[in-house]
Design a protein around this ligand. Structure first.
Ligand SMILES: C[S@@+](CC[C@H](N)C(=O)[O-])C[C@H]1O[C@@H](n2cnc3c(N)ncnc32)[C@H](O)[C@@H]1O
Length: 266
């Protein structure tokens, strides 16, 4: 090859490679969106026949962080069921707000508020009941998880702005939840909550608070049941034991993920 041709090739080829990589990434995204659409259709057919569809959902399902598409579909399904009763929507443990955005779209055309509880400083130090059962980040101990999963509040607000969720219906409760739940400005009624705090104490605090302000017919999805920290399942099991038959407990299909649902009956 002539020297001048080689020079041109050196300049042009990297651009082709970048374009090629972009095309591949775009294609992968399309495949993931198609997968999410197909998975949603499958769940609607076999598990949740009345799950209402929503335009643009597949894109949001594929941009979740740490929440599987299956779990997200259960969240949406239980949230939709909870829309039969009055009350706001809460997320306890928000991180970057990918699941918050998904839930926000479900209530965008209502007057319900979205309450988002998070330290925005990541996980607290674990308590004595938080024994490590799945070392998800390979950190070697439960204590090493303190401060992990921190992300700024601004990321959450950006995501909600992207989908046009009204700022005046968004309540960001920044801080440790045991402190936030002592504040005077709290939801008076909660129809649906997604509890994703990972550890025993904050999950216990969230469930006890929800019990005080959730009407019959309300729904709660709790993440990490039997996963990551032993404390998550323990908090739910103790709550159920104390509440007796007032809550119906359900687990998802076995391959859907590690979470559980509570429906308030009485
Ligand atoms: C697993 S992440 C939440 C992920 C989010 N629900 C989602 O679906 O993308 C857990 C979050 O809980 C927050 N968190 C954990 N314990 C908390 C506590 N005691 N008070 C406030 N926030 C807490 C952490 O800051 C972290 O952002």
């Amino acid at each position: 090859m002539k020297a001048s041709l080689k020079r041109v090739a050196r300049k042009v080829l990297p651009h082709y490679r970048v374009m090629d990589e972009l095309r591949t990434a775009q294609r992968m995204l399309e495949i993931r969106r198609n997968d999410a659409t197909e998975l949603e259709a499958m769940y609607r057919r076999f598990v949740m026949p009345d799950l209402a569809p929503r335009e643009g959902r597949a894109a949001m399902l594929t941009s979740l962080i740490g929440t599987s598409v299956s779990e997200a579909l259960y969240i949406l399904y239980y949230l939709q069921q909870a829309m039969k009763v009055p009350g706001d929507i809460c997320e306890f443990g928000v991180a970057q707000g990918a699941t918050s955005r998904l839930m926000a779209c479900e209530i965008i055309n209502t007057d319900r508020k979205l309450w988002l509880f998070d330290s925005f400083e990541g996980l607290p130090p674990p308590g004595p009941k938080d024994r490590l059962i799945d070392d998800i980040f390979n950190l070697g101990s439960m204590e090493a998880y303190a401060g992990r999963m921190a992300s700024p509040e601004s990321l959450v607000l950006d995501k909600l702005r992207e989908v046009g969720f009204p700022r005046e219906r968004t309540r960001v409760m920044k801080g440790w939840v045991n402190e936030s739940l002592k504040k005077p400005d709290l939801p008076r009624q909660v129809a649906f909550a997604y509890v994703d705090f990972d550890f025993y104490e904050p999950i216990k605090d969230a469930l006890e608070f929800l019990d005080r302000c959730m009407p019959a017919g309300g729904r709660i999805v709790i993440d990490d049941y039997g996963f990551f920290s032993e404390g998550a399942q323990l908090a739910v099991d103790e709550f159920r034991a104390a509440q007796g038959a007032r809550y119906r407990f359900e687990m998802p299909l076995p391959f859907a993920g590690h979470f559980c649902m509570l429906s308030k009956d009485g």
